[in-house]
Design a binder for this molecule. Structure first.
Ligand code: C5J
Length: 225
């Protein structure tokens, strides 16, 4: 596409998308979080709460790809030897399946296992960066900052799961590193609807303390012009 700046209606104010310097960042749309039998369900969660974000993400991703703008995907997970798994993270929670245990989709949240991979509906294409992250934020112990700097990216349009955990943490980390972040509300989801709403409100509060919040229809319209 021809590079341009496009105003997008957002909270708390218009987000001016600069198509020469923006990327779509899709957080942790992994089978372990979104599919029955995965880690999310083992923790007692209703995965249908997350699955509502799949169709909006598919539409946004298709428009983003058609506009030939950069896409990055993240996956939360650990080395097969679990050397990058903090014992405190391993102990956390009361799940019948813990990180590294064998579940219906292989070892839970372990790289290379079926459950760790991205859902088929949003599967990365060649040329789209996949960032494997051991933590909640995409900037901790990964090369994403270097990749974004090398691509000249200063703005992130952020989607994925869960709104209040990995999406929120990543937006905070990105904001501290100088990126302008637009969270796409209907493309994010939480197992807890109230945390989804509050997670989005936290981003846009106080004049946009961490970023902006918009919706997929306005982003799609902006990049499809
Ligand atoms: C969680 C995530 N909730 N992707 N991970 O453990 O938000």
């Amino acid at each position: 596409m021809l590079h341009k700046t496009v105003p997008i209606a957002a909270n708390p104010s218009t987000f001016t998308l600069d198509t020469a310097h923006c990327a779509l960042l899709i957080i942790d749309m992994q089978r372990d979080f979104l599919e029955p039998g995965g880690f999310g369900e083992a923790l007692g969660n209703d995965v249908s709460q997350l699955r509502r974000a799949i169709a909006p993400n598919m539409a946004l991703l298709a428009a983003w790809r058609a506009a030939k703008l950069p896409v990055l995907h993240t996956r939360e997970g650990h080395r097969p030897d679990l050397f990058d798994l903090p014992p405190a993270k391993h102990r956390r929670g009361d799940a019948p399946l813990k990180i590294g245990d064998v579940g219906p989709m292989g070892r839970v949240l372990v790289r290379g296992e079926a459950g760790h991979d991205i859902i088929p509906e949003l599967y990365p294409l060649p040329g789209e960066a996949v960032i494997d992250k051991p933590g909640k934020g995409a900037f901790f112990a990964t090369d994403i900052h270097a990749i974004l700097q090398n691509l000249g990216i200063t703005q992130l349009v952020v989607t994925g799961v869960t709104t209040e955990v990995c999406v929120n943490t990543t937006i905070r980390e990105a904001n501290d590193r100088g990126y302008e972040c637009l969270a796409v509300a209907d493309c994010c989801a939480s197992y807890f609807p109230e945390f989804h709403e509050t997670g989005l409100r936290m981003i846009a509060a106080q004049g946009g303390i961490f970023g902006w919040v918009g919706t997929s229809d306005t982003v799609i319209a902006a990049i499809s012009q």
